[in-house]
Design a binder for this molecule. Structure first.
Ligand code: 26A
Length: 341
């Protein structure tokens, strides 16, 4: 049986440090943000490896979500594509995926370097500073290689990280169009405020194909601002995204789910009179290790549950459980041995 969920994104190795207040100041970073490193920020990797106690964990937003989905799905349900170098970082990512039930079908750049993300933790915030390296060299031709093409044909759900739109809009559209032609489900994550803000045109091309859109409060606000929507209510923004035009050939409703940390989760469906708001169980301070990857694990749990045939209400619940579990671990990790969700 072919895996039912096909994910695509930027495979990254996270290099995580705690108590990074000085790094935020030095590299001009916001406490809770995701950026592509530029200028002086490119020095952060050498500095943290030299001067801080770093933890290496498998990252890449869509890859985290793929592992999240695999956590709640039967074996051999999830496959993940992205571009890596032929280096130790790629080996580590492949091993983690394999252990956690995700089949990696990487586009491998000979002599290339796998991307990295410096994760700067301060309190409950996380600042992500990424250098994509090979990840942005993903070749659309990879999707037509016999092995990958067969996996795409066999999949029923697709999930692409919005982060991929900084370089991979053509590949995303190819997947999205295949999904539509075969009446499958296509999901995207808004990923970071800078995606709607600076890659809004790319996002606009892809959104008509999206049956599911996942994001958080800062991404929703950025999407609203970029689209001249003054309303800051997350339920209303979710509804606005849900009601954006669909691609020709589909009448399907779109589902938009916007998380807001431990405050609430908002879910809107095309044509609905109002969004549904779900409460989130608050974790005690001592249960929180860090928030890196929590949104991805929510997304993975949510999508995984839908692939499993669960209702939207149940899928939100599964997302909440995985998000909370991730917050209790270092970086984008879940509990092993596996807990029943
Ligand atoms: C293009 N950018 C900036 C990125 C990322 C990214 N994944 C893909 N593309 N910047 C950070 N991440 C990942 O997000 C996870 C937390 O949600 C990090 O690797 C981290 O694991």
């Amino acid at each position: 049986m072919s895996p039912s969920l096909f994910c695509m994104g930027n495979p990254l190795l996270d290099i995580q440090v705690t108590q990074g207040e000085k790094l935020l100041e030095k590299y001009d970073l916001k406490a809770n943000d995701a950026v592509l490193a530029s200028g002086k920020q490119l020095e952060i990797y050498d500095e943290i490896v030299k001067d801080y106690k770093v933890t290496y964990v498998a990252g890449g937003a869509a890859q985290n979500a793929a592992r999240g989905a695999a956590y709640v799905l039967p074996p051999n349900s999830v496959v993940y594509a992205g571009c890596v170098g032929d280096d130790d970082r790629a080996k580590q990512l492949t091993e983690v995926n394999e252990k956690q039930g995700v089949q990696s079908v990487y586009d491998v750049r000979k002599g290339g370097e796998t991307g990295a993300c410096a994760v700067v933790i301060t309190g409950h915030h996380r600042s992500l500073v990424t250098t994509l390296h090979a990840a942005e060299k993903f070749d659309i031709a990879h999707l037509s290689t016999p092995k990958v093409a067969a996996l795409i044909d066999g999949a029923k759900f697709f999930y692409v990280g919005g982060f991929f739109l900084t370089h991979g809009t053509a590949s995303t559209l190819e997947l999205a169009k295949k999904s539509l032609a075969a009446n499958k489900t296509f999901a995207i994550n808004l990923s970071a405020p800078f995606i709607p803000q600076f890659f809004g045109d790319n996002l606009k091309q892809v959104l008509p194909y999206c049956d599911i859109v996942v994001g958080n409060e800062t991404e929703a606000a950025s999407w609203a601002a970029a689209n001249n929507i003054a309303d800051t209510d997350l339920s209303n923004i979710a509804l606005a995204i849900a009601n954006l035009p669909r691609a020709e050939g589909t009448q399907r409703p779109r589902t938009v789910v916007i998380t807001h940390g431990d405050k609430a989760t908002h879910l809107a469906t095309t044509g609905a009179a109002e969004a549904k708001v779900y409460s989130v169980a608050t974790l005690a301070d001592e249960q929180i290790v860090d928030t890196n990857g929590a949104g991805d694990m929510f997304a993975g749990g949510f999508i995984g549950a839908l692939v499993n045939g669960k209702s939207l209400d149940e899928a939100v619940e599964v997302g909440h459980r995985l998000g909370a579990m991730c917050v209790g671990q270092v970086g984008p990790q879940l509990k092993w041995p596996k807990e029943t969700i």
